[in-house]
Design a binder for this molecule. Structure first.
Ligand code: ADP
Ligand code: MG
Length: 292
């Protein structure tokens, strides 16, 4: 009877757009206690846009955008692409040399003789600087609305800040509500700042938020939940999600995820709709019933 069972569940999964790479991972899905979702690109669309710009006195917003875009020019990150696109609408982007990417933190490069750095809270901490009050006045309300705030530094001094907003996928809220209805916890994990993560988490009704998690630490969050006795599914799309996908009891790569994410996952969803996680759970429950 086993081949028939496999044939049935294979056609069920194909119809639902689910590629099962690891059958044991699929089987574990029916008893998962918590689903850990990556924020950017998974619960949100992952295509941010610049929504606000503020420069410290003595500098213009146009200047700030131009140097930030120059430093970000060589970066593949969605935040970088958004900054470059916006800067181009306002004027030319200057040349940069000595580009350096700092994973989970930001970028730095030399632009017009100054060392420019662009990044989030971890980058500010690396430089040991804090933003002046004339900026936090703006940035605190941007972050409270769920925008990602990046600071721009010139030779270690804060030049200004940018807000980037990423749209929450309309299906995310329903996916989380359906998990709750099934008695499964929903947890958000992100490299983004704590206040942004909390804003998105509250909007979506998740049970717990892991924020400011560096890429190399995402799998520790999975382990922390496992140490609390929870069986964990991790859902992600990015290179930085791969170790967590591999660590989880069930690793689920979503949509047009990166190759590394797909390689590390036991289950791959064809679409980028987070409700696919519920479809994986239904498939797991159905396959299990057939086998016993
Ligand atoms: P996520 O976990 O949400 O997918 P990442 O680990 O890629 O996010 O990035 C975490 C944080 O690192 C971002 O929110 C941002 O603050 C900073 N960051 C990463 N890459 C860049 C970049 N190219 N420019 C500026 N900041 C960046
Ligand atoms: Mg991501």
């Amino acid at each position: 009877a086993i081949p028939l069972v496999i044939a049935i569940s294979t056609s069920m999964s194909a119809k639902a757009g689910i590629l099962v790479k690891d059958r044991l991972a699929l089987e574990r899905m029916r008893t998962v206690d918590a689903v850990l979702f990556d924020k950017t690109g998974t619960l949100t669309k992952g295509t941010p846009a610049v929504t606000e710009v503020a420069a410290v006195s003595g500098h213009t917003e146009a200047e700030l955008l131009a140097v930030a875009a120059a430093a970000e020019y060589a970066s593949e990150h969605p935040l970088a692409k958004a900054i470059v696109a916006t800067a181009r609408e306002h004027g030319p982007v200057p040349e940069a040399t000595e580009f350096q990417s700092r994973t989970g933190r930001g970028v730095s490069a030399t632009v017009g003789g100054s060392q420019i750095a662009v990044g989030g809270p971890a980058l500010l901490a690396d430089y040991g600087v804090t933003a002046p009050a004339e900026l936090t006045e703006h940035t605190e309300s941007w972050a409270a609305r769920g925008a990602t705030v990046l600071h721009v530094l010139a030779d270690g001094a804060v030049l200004g800040a940018l807000a980037l907003a990423d749209e929450i996928r309309p299906e995310s809220r329903q996916a989380i509500a359906e998990l709750h209805a099934a008695g499964v916890r929903a947890v958000l994990i992100t490299g983004d700042a704590r206040n942004v993560a909390e804003a998105v988490g509250t909007e979506l009704g998740v049970d717990e938020v892991f924020a400011e998690v560096l890429p190399e630490d995402k799998d520790s969050a999975v382990r922390e939940l496992q140490n609390r006795g929870q069986q964990v599914a991790m859902v992600g799309d990015g290179v930085n999600d791969a170790p967590a996908l591999a660590r989880a009891d069930v690793g689920i790569a979503i949509g047009a995820g990166t190759d590394v994410a797909i390689e590390s996952a036991g289950v791959v969803l064809a679409s980028d709709d987070p409700r696919g996680v519920l479809a994986v759970r239904r498939l797991s429950l159905a396959s299990y019933r057939k086998m016993t």
